[in-house]
Ligand binder design. Structure first.
Ligand code: UD1
Ligand code: MG
Length: 487
């Protein structure tokens, strides 16, 4: 059994990422719910390191700020000039002079790395009591990467960068993934001996391996089971490819837990989302941030949910939601927009072309069509008529509207907040409600209808309308006038 080790994680994140052509530092580019750096930190998380040091340089302030949000325990260390990966690790270790045991170093741009792989690397390294262990992978296209050069016995001889490699070395397809485990003391010593005698004139961390080997120290190679995990990100084309790979990984793992994903190629689920079994995710759907989808819920097609909680058995069709809560068996859409603090109770409904914001819609209540509900509380089992606007804004401040339970409000109402409609109250279609409506009352707030008989025949004589009116008049005299009630 290996001894328990104090562990330090060093993440290298000072590079500019020139080929991203971005004002955002490369490691802060997002990828399904985390930044590249966030993914790397998450992969190292289960190691339970005593210390995590992140080497920052380009965009240092932005990277530090991001770290304070996602990994407040990590220590950012500034590398003012990017003089190479070896130089970066040297600076990192200077910040933790008491570091002992295993030091894990991870390039900040390998977001598909899995925690299990880092753990396996560290275990192999500690069990072998190696001075240094590198994670390697066989890749179909090694272009641009450092190659693992082995001696005739198959032991690691050196890691050579492509630009410094001989043609034979370039033909090797076993590459350095940029993830390593070191013994702290021996790493520190070797870092002190690095030269800049290479094509880029940089201190290469990878040179530590040949230095240690030459000093008779045991160095090792740990092979990644799946080379996809070791893929780096250098430009936006690679970023898009990584996003596709991560999408497939995430979708596959949810399908294996009992979630139906009808079109995995167009379903994008952040790594931070959870989905319960028997949920059905239809095509062109994005689930982002802290979104959770309950058992048996139906989401999609064409739906984006950000930080939204979907209850069991709810359905959300062709809609967009941000920071909303959708109760069990509630129904949303098609074409609804739920903005932050929208809360739908059990079996509530927000239908077509409805926008909600800071709105609590109680159990069984419905806002079926063409409405805006902002700054509102609606009780239980109430129905809001089509084309209703909760007039919440007086040009300066927002005001609240409260509708009770079992209320029935008419179509095309304006609720001019602040205003209250009591339990069991009704409002007439077309009303502009500016005053409170007591429970059980019917509020009518609209102009009285006045019919000017015969107006079209007099004022629009000769038109099709007048002709139609004349014919209807004849018909009416034949039948005594037929009136039907619509719904
Ligand atoms: C590095 C490895 C290469 C490996 C590849 C895997 C070296 C010399 N080469 O090459 O063998 O196959 O990663 O992707 O290490 N960084 C700093 N400070 C610096 C320089 C780099 O923090 O002074 C950071 C970068 O931000 C990046 C990481 O270190 O996250 C790797 O640097 P990069 O320039 O991408 O190295 P590669 O050329 O990809
Ligand atoms: Mg790189």
């Amino acid at each position: 059994m290996s001894q328990p080790h104090l562990r330090t994680v060093v993440v290298l994140a000072a590079g500019e990422g020139k080929r991203m052509k971005s004002s955002l530092p490369k490691v802060l580019h997002p990828l399904l719910g985390r930044t590249l750096l966030g993914h790397v930190l998450a992969a190292a998380g289960p190691l339970g390191a005593d210390r995590t040091v992140v080497v920052v340089g380009h965009g240092a302030d932005q990277v530090r700020e991001h770290l304070s949000e996602v990994a407040p325990g990590a220590t950012p260390v500034l590398q003012e000039r990017q003089l190479g990966t070896g130089h970066a690790v040297r600076i990192a270790l200077d910040a933790v002079p008491d570091a002992s045991g295993t030091v894990v170093v991870i390039n900040g741009d390998v977001p598909l790395l899995r925690p299990e792989t880092v753990q396996a690397l560290v275990e192999a390294h500690e069990e072998a009591a190696a001075a240094a262990t590198v994670l390697a992978a066989e890749v179909p296209d090694p272009t641009g990467l450092g190659r693992i050069v082995r001696d005739v016995q198959g032991q690691l001889e050196q890691i050579v960068e492509e630009r410094d490699a001989t043609p034979q070395q370039r033909a090797l397809r076993e590459i350095n993934a940029g993830i390593y485990a070191f013994d702290a003391a021996r790493l520190r010593e070797a870092l002190g001996k690095l030269s800049t005698d290479n094509d880029q004139g940089e201190e290469y961390l990878t040179d530590v391996f040949a230095l240690l080997r030459d000093a008779g120290e045991p160095v090792a190679v740990h092979c990644a089971a799946d080379h996809v995990e070791t893929l780096g990100c250098n430009d936006r084309v690679e970023l898009a490819a990584l996003r596709g790979l991560l999408r497939d990984r995430v979708n596959e793992s949810w399908m294996r837990t009992g979630v139906s994903i009808l079109d995995p190629h167009t379903t994008w689920i952040d790594v931070t989302v959870t989905v319960e079994r028997d949920a059905v995710i239809d095509q062109n759907t994005q689930l982002q941030g802290a979104t959770t989808v309950g058992e048996g819920a139906l989401v999609g097609p064409d739906t984006t949910l950000v930080d939204t909680v979907v209850g069991a058995g709810a359905s959300i069709v062709r809609s967009h939601a941000l920071g909303a809560e959708v109760g069990p068996q509630a129904s949303v859409g098609p074409y609804a927009y739920l903005r932050p603090e929208s809360r739908l109770g059990r079996k509530a409904k927000v239908g077509t072309f409805v926008e909600t914001k800071k709105a609590s819609i109680g159990d069984g209540s419905k806002v079926p069509h063409l409405s805006y509900v902002g700054d509102a509380t609606i009780g239980e089992h109430s129905n809001i008529g089509a084309a209703t606007v909760f007039v919440n804004y007086d040009g300066v401040r927002k005001h609240h509207t409260t509708i009770g339970s079992h209320a029935r409000t008419g179509a095309d109402n304006m609720f001019v907040a602040p205003v209250r409609v009591g339990d069991g109250a009704y409002t007439a279609a077309g009303s502009v409600i500016t005053g409170d409506v007591p429970p059980g009352a019917m509020a009518v707030a609209r102009g009285q209808q006045r019919n000017v008989e015969g107006w079209v025949l007099r004022k629009r004589a000769g038109t099709d309308a007048a002709e139609a009116a004349r014919r209807a008049g004849e018909g009416a005299s034949d039948t005594g006038g037929a009136a039907s009630e619509g719904d």
